[in-house]
Structures are given as C-alpha cells and as structure tokens.
Design a protein around this ligand. Structure first.
Ligand code: NDP
Ligand code: GDR
Length: 355
C-alpha cells in the first residue's frame, strides 16, 4: 500500500491522467488531479473513478488549475503537499502546436518550469518527486534508430521544441537542486480513451461510424508516417515505476516495433470485415473497399504538417533492465480493442469531425 503517499497529477482529464489516477488509487494513494476550467464538462474520462468530495474517506480530489498560472500552481502544491507530482498536462497535439506555437511553449515548456519552481519556492525539493511527460517527438528528424536515451534530439514542431525545453529544465533542476525529477520519454501510446483527433482514434472512430452507416469516408494526412504504438494503460505503470526508484533518471518507454499509419488503417477496417485496396500516391492516394469498390479513405493535404516526424521506433532496454517495465499489448491487438470500443460507443453517440 501507499504509506501516506500523495500524488498530484496535472492533466488528469486526459488519456494518461485517467489511467494513472486509476492506478494510483488502486495502490492506495491520495490522488489530487488538476483540471482546467471549461465551459462544458471535461471529466468524461475520469467519471468511473470520480468520488464525491462529501464522501467520508474519499481519496480522489479534483482542483481547478492551469499550467499557465504560476500563482495557482504554487497554491495547489502548497495545499496538497504532494509526495509525487506527475506533470502530464500539455497542449499535446503536434499539428495544433503549429497553429498555437506561443501557447504551446507557455503551457508545455514554461508550465513545467512553473511546477519545478513551485516545489523549490515551497522548500519541497527533498520531499516531492517529479515526473515529466517527455516524448519521442524530441527525436524528430531521424538521427538514429531505434531511438534510445542517448539519441540526439532534433524536434520538428513547436510542440517538440517546447517539450525539449521542459526535458532539459527537468535535468537541470535535478542536477542543480538535487531534486528527484525524471523524464519519461514515451513513444506514442493509445487506448479507447485516446483523444479523438489523434490518428489512431480518428481512424477507429471513423471505421466504426462507416461500419454503422453513419459516415461515408475517412480523410487523413500522411499515411507513410511510422509510429511505435503501445497501450496507454501499460505506459502509466512505467511513469509510476520511475518515481519509485532510489535515483531519478530518464527512460524511454516504447514497444520496439513500428507501423505505418496506412497499415493501422487497414487493420481497423479489417476488424469490421472490410478489406481495403489502395490506389494512387501521396496526396492522391485513396483506399477502396475491395468488395463494393466504394472509396472509403482519402488524403487531405490540410492534415499534412509543415515538418513531419517520419519514423519513430524506440528501444526500451533501459526501462526493462532498471525498472522491470515491459509492454504487453501488441499494436495489432490495440487496434482491435480500440475499434471494438468505438463500435460500442458509436452505436449510441453522434459523431463529430476529427482534426
Ligand atoms: P491529452 O491531450 O489526452 O491530455 C492532456 C491533458 O492536459 C488534459 O487533461 C488537458 O486538459 C490538460 N491541459 C492542456 N493544457 C493545459 C493547461 N494549460 N493547464 C492545465 N492542463 C492542461 O494527452 P495524453 O494524456 O495523451 O498525454 C499526457 C502527456 O504525455 C502530455 O503532456 C503529452 O504531451 C505527453 N505525451 C503523450 C504521449 C502519447 O502518446 N499519448 C507520448 C509522449 C508524451 P483538457 O482535458 O481540459 O483538455
Ligand atoms: P503524434 O500523433 O503527432 O505522433 O503525437 P498523431 O496521432 O497526431 O499523429 C501520428 C502520425 O499520423 C499522421 N497522420 C495524422 N495525424 C492526425 N492527428 N490526424 C490525421 O488525420 C493524420 N493523418 C496522418 C501524422 O502526420 C503523424 O505522422 C502524439 C501525441 O500524443 C504527442 O503528444 C506525443 O508526444 C507523441 O504522440 C509521442
């Protein structure tokens, strides 16, 4: 059990925040989550673990907060007195970061600094451990494959650049102030809780909608990009393991396998009994149903990014050897789980448009 452990999770309403909160509650932690003020409910992913604050013995607590507001962050850290902080909050969409580069730098880069400073201002350097949600987007333009902890960074987006600042400020605060601060360099991880505008979930939602006759076509960007996709539930366990080590450090979490976007699309359609045939190339590529000849997938260049990360494939050896962390769900199975989940929800819910 947790022995008085208190976790503060920023980004608790996101995919990883929801899985991590669930894991830490199972481990007996007091869990405090930071959510943003929103004009509509943004707590859908944590509904199943929500606890009424009036309930005696409630261990899951939500607070309003924002990574762009340092006064708010200092107050929260002071109030909660966490023994572990997991900084998962971010403007996490790479394509969106080209549209909102300054905000992304503020939330993802300086936001990380604000929390580290809150810990320092409150004199909690030795009592509070810190996890930073770093990313394989740091690797960007391919320098070496598979990518590991020692591979040089070359970010390819405002998001990657902001996360690179966050990565290094974590390393600096660790070295300068002796803080137990670690970077998890996580490769893409997905699940039925994945945000609807990331490519895997956009695909599985559209495939479910097409199968149910509620959508005609799936519009996508670069089908050639290759990603190392694992299951989010397994990756949050790795985050927790990093903070349980005697010494802080930086770790890659990845599967070690890479898959093109196009293949993920084929798998998702296969899971609803549709075989695809491709024609054309680049912006003219189209996917047709082999049986009916209907065009189900089309490329829209508006989803292309000004600079792309072509290939990600991670080497998780260090995490395996030092943390005992291994991924379990193969990407093919992950795709199936996501399609099945979307078929179930899609039967009841209207579909929105993906970005
Ligand atoms: P999501 O986009 O699902 O969740 C992001 C969370 O951050 C949401 O709770 C969001 O709130 C919150 N948030 C956004 N901006 C702010 C802000 N200014 N202040 C406070 N909270 C904010 O991301 P994931 O769960 O997928 O990822 C978690 C973290 O891990 C992110 O930092 C991401 O960059 C990083 N990462 C993710 C990977 C992945 O494959 N999923 C891989 C590597 C790193 P709201 O719900 O209101 O939007
Ligand atoms: P990524 O994830 O950029 O790797 O960042 P995303 O799913 O958005 O894109 C993966 C690849 O798919 C290509 N792609 C499309 N992407 C989106 N979103 N929509 C499309 O229509 C589409 N068509 C093709 C993209 O060009 C890209 O190559 C995710 C985020 O979770 C980050 O926060 C995290 O740091 C990294 O993973 C690791």
């Amino acid at each position: 059990m947790s022995d008085g452990k208190v976790a503060l999770i920023t980004g608790v309403t996101g995919q990883d925040g929801a899985y991590l909160a669930e894991l830490l509650l199972e481990k007996g932690y007091q869990v405090h989550g930071v959510k943003r003020r929103s004009s509509s409910f943004n707590t859908g992913r944590i509904e199943s673990i929500y606890q009424d604050p009036h309930t005696h013995g409630a261990r899951f607590h939500l607070h309003y907060g924002d990574l762009t507001d340092s006064t708010n962050l200092i107050r929260l850290v002071q109030q909660v007195q966490p023994t572990e902080i997991y900084n998962l909050a971010a403007q996490s969409h790479v394509a969106v970061s080209f549209e909102t580069p300054e905000y992304t730098a503020n939330a993802d880069g300086i936001g990380t600094l604000r929390i580290l400073e809150a810990i320092r201002i409150l004199g909690m350097e030795k009592t509070c451990r810190f996890y930073q949600a770093s990313t394989s987007e740091l690797y960007g333009l391919v320098q070496e494959v598979p990518q590991k902890e020692t591979t040089p960074f070359y970010p390819r987006s405002p998001y990657g650049a902001a996360k690179m600042y966050a990565y290094w400020i974590v390393v600096n605060y660790r070295e300068a102030y002796g803080m137990h601060a670690s970077n998890g360099i996580l490769f893409n991880h997905e699940s039925p809780l994945r945000g609807e505008t990331f490519v895997t979930r956009k695909i599985t939602r559209a495939v479910a909608a097409i199968k149910l006759g509620r959508q005609d076509k799936l519009w996508l960007g670069n089908l050639d990009a290759k990603r190392d996709w694992g299951h989010a539930r397994e990756y949050v366990r790795g985050m927790w393991l990093m903070l349980q080590q005697d010494q802080p450090d930086d770790y890659v979490l990845a599967t070690g396998e890479t898959t093109p976007v196009r293949t993920f699309v084929e798998w998702a359609f296969e899971d609803v009994g549709i075989k695809l045939r491709w024609e054309g190339e680049g912006a003219d590529e189209k996917g047709y149903c082999v049986e009916t000849g209907k065009c189900l997938v089309e490329v829209d260049p508006r989803y292309f990014r000004p600079t792309e990360v072509d290939l990600l494939i991670g080497d998780p050896t260090k995490a395996k050897e030092k943390l005992g962390w291994v991924h379990e769900t193969p990407v093919r199975e992950l795709a199936r789980e996501m399609v099945q989940a979307d078929l179930v929800t899609m039967r009841d819910a209207p579909i929105g448009k993906g970005a």
